[in-house]
Design a protein around this ligand. Structure first.
Ligand SMILES: [Cu+2]
Length: 339
């Protein structure tokens, strides 16, 4: 408490001192006149130039310094489209950024007030206005057009052969449900949620009987996947950084995302020369204290490996039946009737 008070007092004192110095400077300037203004401008102009030089060095340095931490090339088809969009956006904007910033700071330096010339008054030019409106407009239209085209491809209906996976976010884990043999996730209802049935699956629905809950997200390489996304409690976000997949999980509003993984985990391990590499599923919405806990391993594998894994998965219905003495049907029927 005392340290906070002392800290605040010091800040206040420093501010008062800075203010007083500035005021004194101004008084001296008004006494000394033009000469003082010119001297001060020289210092400011130099600072502008230094800002430009160190700013540019810093921007280039940080890009190369952090490059090894960037995500590797996308492991999905649409990820490459997104990457190309970033590339072309940078092609259009980086040269403009560099040229305008050099102009801004070099002009400030070059044409500082030094008593040798008076300002040039330029009332405007319609032609210039037209050019600098039209060029950015055309560039923007092209970028937005490409963005919309990709957006509709990505968010459009999934191909028929897509494998269906349902991801349900809650504090603080994802529950992954596969459609099972029929590739259909059965009906569920919040009213059916209980200790044995975390998702509220309706066992009356036959589509549910072969569904299984998986610990890891296993995907078959080059096969489209449709992820149906929802949340039970608060906002979460289904995020697969390596596949450039990100979609909010919103309680009460089902969302979805379909994509095609194009590289197996094995391929990535060889490519990155990292035998411990794993794709991961994360939550991209700060959802509470154990938000970090929502990480899950994602495995992309070829058909043989995938089928091997699939054979080991046990339907949730069978598991429940085996674990409880009463059949799940009898427990469920009562509740369904209440509804
Ligand atoms: Cu979360």
């Amino acid at each position: 408490m005392l340290t906070t008070f002392l800290g605040l007092s010091i800040i206040a004192l420093v501010l008062v001192i800075v203010f007083q110095i500035a005021k004194a400077n101004e008084l001296v300037a008004s006494l000394k006149g033009e000469e003082m203004v010119i001297n001060r401008n020289r210092v400011n102009a130099m600072l502008f130039l230094l800002f430009l030089i160190f700013g540019m060095i810093g921007a280039v340095w940080s890009t190369f310094h952090y490059a090894p931490k960037f995500l590797p090339a996308p492991s999905s088809e649409h990820g490459t489209w997104l990457r190309n969009m970033f590339f072309w956006t940078l092609v259009a904007t980086v040269p403009v950024f560099i040229v305008t910033h050099i102009a801004l700071f070099v002009f400030s330096f070059q044409y500082k007030r030094d008593g040798s010339r008076s300002a040039f008054y330029f009332p405007g030019s319609n032609r210039l206005e037209l050019i600098w409106t039209a060029i950015p407009a055309v560039v923007m239209i092209l970028l937005v057009y490409e963005g919309m085209r990709n957006w509709y491809k990505i968010t459009g209906p999934a191909p028929k052969e897509a494998m269906v996976v349902e991801a349900t976010g809650q504090q603080f884990f994802w529950t992954l449900r596969y459609g099972g043999k029929d590739n259909k996730t059965g009906k569920k209802s919040v009213k059916l949620i209980n200790g044995d049935n975390a998702l509220g699956l309706d066992w009356e629905d036959k589509d549910n009987r072969d569904d299984f809950i998986a610990d890891e997200l296993h995907l078959k390489v080059n096969q489209p996947v449709l992820v149906r996304i929802s949340a039970i409690d608060v906002l979460h976000s289904f995020y697969l950084p390596h596949f450039r997949v990100k979609m909010d999980a919103v309680p009460g509003i089902p969302t979805q995302f379909w994509f095609t993984p194009t590289k197996t985990t094995k391929q990535m391990r060889e490519e990155l020369k990292n035998p411990n590499f794993n794709y991961e599923l994360a939550c991209a919405e700060l959802c509470g204290q154990a938000h970090f806990n929502m990480r899950k391993v994602v495995v992309v594998e070829d058909e043989a490996d995938f089928n091997q894994w699939l054979a080991k998965q046990e339907p949730a219905y069978a598991k429940l039946k085996a674990s409880s003495s009463a059949t799940p049907d009898s427990g469920n029927t009562g509740q369904t009737q209440q509804n």
